[in-house]
Every structure is written in C-alpha cells, then in structure tokens.
Design a protein around this ligand. Structure first.
Ligand code: SF4
Length: 180
C-alpha cells in the first residue's frame, strides 16, 4: 500500500504541496502538539464517524475503508447510503466548497465504484450549521482534470520544489514555523 495516496491528503496538496509533506512528517506525533482548535474539532467529528455513530440503520455504511487500484488511492468514506447510492462527506464548518472537498468526494466515489458500489449523488455536509451542499457527478472532462491532479500529487518532489504558497495562505498555515 506504500504507493497509495491517502484521500484525506488531496485537500492538503491543493492548499499547498509542501503542507502535505509536513502533514506526512508529523502524522506519527501526538496531534495535540500541532493541531489548532478547528482541526481538533474536525478530528473529533471524524472520530464519531469512524466509530459508526451517525445512524444504526443498516443502509448506512460509515467509516468504511476504501481503495482504488486504478488511481492508487485509499482512505475512508464518511457516510454512504447504499439504498440511494448517496455519498456524503462531512466537515465541521463549511464556509466555501473548496476544490479539495470535491476531489475528496470524487476519489471516494471512484474507490466505491471500483469496489462494486453505485454512486448516484454526492454531498458535502456542514455539521456546525447543518447545511448540505450537492456536488455534481464529474463530467468526462472533469474526470480527466482529476486524473491529471492525481498525477501531479504523485509526481511532486519536495526536494526539487522551490514552491512557496502566497503569504496570505502561509499566514494561516500551522506549518509556517517549520517551513519558513
Ligand atoms: S508555510 Fe506556506 S509554503 Fe509552507 S507549508 Fe505552509 S502554506 Fe505551504
């Protein structure tokens, strides 16, 4: 599984490819040492999902481990309604639908499809205000863009990169003290 990209890292890569590197570096440490409050709240929300506490109805699959051989992706879904083919990714607070959120859902969808599940609808759900945002299924062109993005993530080399994110992004980044 070493070459597999974790789906949860796709959003990090879009935020900044270097942040993905730092995220991977610190993964094995106690997360309290580098997570700020919104991240901790988000993590707790995901722990509830991982423990399958969303609903006891059998039609919901929660925290299911997923993978795709085609894209070499792996991860977990939040919630999948197998009766309706609805895939939902929950975030603590959604202020904007970032491209990374959409790619996370696409990646989960491709994994589920490869595992034999059908996906009819995609949603991002904001927990703090209980809002649900529908995401269109990808078109052929959007799938191609997604595939190019996965290739870009796979080929990124921190040692050869001179990339720095725009200052406004770096100001919000928890890895700034390590990076700059
Ligand atoms: S400080 Fe800036 S360049 Fe460094 S990881 Fe964070 S966003 Fe990227």
């Amino acid at each position: 599984m070493e070459d597999y990209i974790q789906i949860s890292k796709l959003n990090d890569f879009i935020f900044c490819p270097k942040s993905l590197y730092f995220h991977s570096l610190f993964e094995s440490f106690d997360q309290k040492t580098y997570h700020d409050t919104p991240q901790t709240v988000g993590k707790i929300s995901h722990e509830i999902i991982d423990k399958g506490q969303y609903s006891s109805l059998k039609k919901y699959l929660q925290g299911l481990e997923i993978f795709s051989d085609k894209y070499s992706l792996c991860g977990k879904i939040d919630i999948y309604d197998k009766d309706e083919g609805i895939l939902i990714e929950r975030k603590y607070k959604v202020k904007k639908i970032y491209q990374g959120y959409i790619y996370q859902l696409y990646a989960q969808m491709f994994c589920l499809q490869e595992m034999g599940y059908r996906v009819n609808k995609l949603f991002i759900h904001s927990l703090s205000d209980n809002k649900r945002y529908p995401i269109d299924l990808p078109t052929v062109d959007e799938i191609k863009i997604f595939e190019d993005f996965i290739h870009e993530v796979r080929s990124f080399d921190i040692l050869k990169s001179h990339y720095f994110a725009p200052p406004a992004k770096c100001a919000m980044c928890i890895y700034k003290p390590l990076c700059h």
